[in-house]
Design a protein around this ligand. Structure first.
Ligand code: SF4
Length: 310
C-alpha cells in the first residue's frame, strides 16, 4: 500500500456510519423543489429521487430535473442496498406513459431519465410499459432525448431488450451495481453475467444507442474487482460508466463498508478512461441520473470526435 496511490489509501472506515464532510448535502427547500414535488403528485407519478432517498434531490429538483420511476412504487425484489418498497405490486397504470410525457413537457426537459421497479410478476417484466412511455414522449415532446434505466428482466431480457430497443431510446442504462462477488448478499435476485449480457444485447440490436452502466462503491469491493468490472463492461462495449458512493438508506439496509475518498473516485475515473469508456462520471455523489442531460451531450460530442478521428 503506497501513499501515492489514492485508491489504496484506506478510506474513512465508518464506525458509526457517520457521513464524512464530502457527502453532506443541503436540505431541499427551494421553490423549484416544491413545484416539482407538487407536479409529480398531481400527475400521480413516482420518482426514484424520492423512493431511493437520493442525496441529490435538493439540487436536481431545484433545477426541475427528476427521474420518473414507472410501473408503480413496489418492487418484486429486495436488494440489500435499495430503499424502494418490496412486495406485491399493484396493476400497471395505463395513464402513466402520457402522464410521464406531460411531466417532461411541463418541466421543459431536454433530456429525461425513466426507470422502474423490478416487475418479475409481469409476463414481459414491464418492457411494454417502457415502450409506451418512449412512444408517448416522442409524440408529446419530440425534442426531448430519452434515457432509460431498466431492471434486468430476469429470464426474459432478450425479448424485452428487443422491444425496447425498437422504440429507440437515446441511452440504455442498466446498472451492474457492484462486483460479482457481492451479488449473493447485495443483489441476490440478480445475476452479474446476465446483466452484462443484457447490455451487450442492446448494442447487438442497435449499435447507435448509447449504453451506460454504474456501480456503487463502499460496499466492501476490492480495487482489482472494480477494475475487472470495468474490463467486463468494456468487453460488452458499454459507453458510459458511473461510479458513486453507496449510502445506507435506513439502518435495516446493508451497512457502508468504506467511505471512498474523492481522490480515490478520481483515480478510478482515470483508470476507467484509460480503459476506453466514452465517458466516465465518478464522485461520491454521482448517481445514474445525476447531470444525465449534460453527460448525454458530452457523450454525443465524444462519439463524434472519435468518429472524426477514425
Ligand atoms: S441524481 Fe437522479 S435520482 Fe438523484 S435526485 Fe437527481 S435525478 Fe433524482
Amino acid at each position: 500500500m503506497s501513499e501515492a496511490d489514492p485508491i489504496a489509501i484506506p478510506a474513512a472506515r465508518p464506525e458509526r456510519q457517520r457521513k464524512p464532510d464530502w457527502i453532506r448535502v443541503k436540505a431541499p427547500t427551494s421553490v423549484g423543489f416544491a413545484e416539482t414535488k407538487a407536479m409529480m403528485r398531481r400527475l400521480n407519478l413516482n420518482t426514484v429521487c424520492e423512493e431511493a432517498a437520493c442525496p441529490n434531490i435538493g439540487e436536481c429538483w431545484t433545477k426541475k430535473h427528476a427521474t420518473v420511476m414507472i410501473l408503480g412504487d413496489v418492487c418484486t425484489r429486495a436488494c440489500a442496498f435499495c430503499n424502494v418498497k418490496t412486495g406485491m405490486p399493484r396493476q400497471v397504470d395505463a395513464l402513466e406513459p402520457q402522464h410521464t410525457a406531460d411531466a417532461a413537457a411541463e418541466l421543459g426537459l431536454e433530456h429525461i431519465v425513466i426507470t422502474s421497479v423490478d416487475r418479475d410478476d409481469l409476463p414481459d417484466g414491464g418492457a411494454s410499459q417502457f415502450v409506451k412511455v418512449i412512444e408517448a414522449l416522442r409524440r408529446t415532446t419530440p425534442s426531448t432525448t430519452i434515457e432509460i434505466l431498466t431492471p434486468d428482466f430476469r429470464n426474459k431480457h432478450e425479448r424485452a431488450v428487443e422491444a425496447i430497443v425498437a422504440a429507440r431510446p437515446d441511452v440504455y442504462n442498466h446498472n451492474l451495481e457492484t462486483v460479482p462477488r457481492l451479488y449473493p448478499t447485495i443483489r441476490p435476485g440478480a445475476r452479474y453475467y446476465a446483466s452484462l449480457r443484457l447490455l451487450e444485447s442492446v448494442k447487438r440490436h442497435d449499435p447507435s444507442i448509447f449504453t451506460k452502466s454504474g456501480v456503487m462503491l463502499g460496499l466492501g469491493e476490492e480495487r482489482l474487482e472494480v477494475h475487472q468490472v470495468m474490463d467486463d463492461m468494456r468487453s460488452a462495449d458499454i459507453d458510459f460508466l458511473t461510479m458513486g458512493q453507496y449510502l445506507q438508506p435506513t439502518p435495516k439496509h446493508t451497512k457502508v463498508m468504506d467511505f471512498v475518498t474523492p481522490k480515490a473516485f478520481d483515480a478510478y475515473a482515470a483508470i476507467a478512461r484509460a480503459k476506453g469508456f466514452l465517458l466516465v462520471a465518478s464522485s461520491p455523489l454521482t448517481r445514474s441520473s445525476y447531470h444525465a442531460g449534460d453527460d448525454f451531450a458530452r457523450m454525443r460530442g465524444a462519439r463524434e470526435a472519435k468518429l472524426a478521428r477514425s
